[in-house]
Design a protein around this ligand. Structure first.
Ligand code: SF4
Length: 64
């Protein structure tokens, strides 16, 4: 699983970082960044999916 954030859609709520702080951080503008380069470890995948489901802007993209 890989995760990315559509920066054009992200509004910086940081709900993703609350749901999965190991996966999501924020840039200097407060928009979400992905902290993990490459595949998301299996033990963090459920959290990443929860963050995707809870993103109000649908800005989180998960690819398998
Ligand atoms: S919850 Fe969605 S819109 Fe909000 S910071 Fe995270 S990716 Fe961006």
């Amino acid at each position: 699983m890989r995760v990315s954030v559509d920066s054009g859609s992200c509004h910086g709520h940081q709900m993703c970082a609350i749901a999965a702080p190991e996966v999501f951080g924020s840039d200097e503008l407060g928009n979400a960044t992905v902290l993990i380069d490459g595949d998301i470890p299996e033990e963090l995948q459920a959290k990443a999916r929860r963050a995707e489901a809870n993103c109000p802007e649908r800005a989180i993209i998960i690819t398998e």
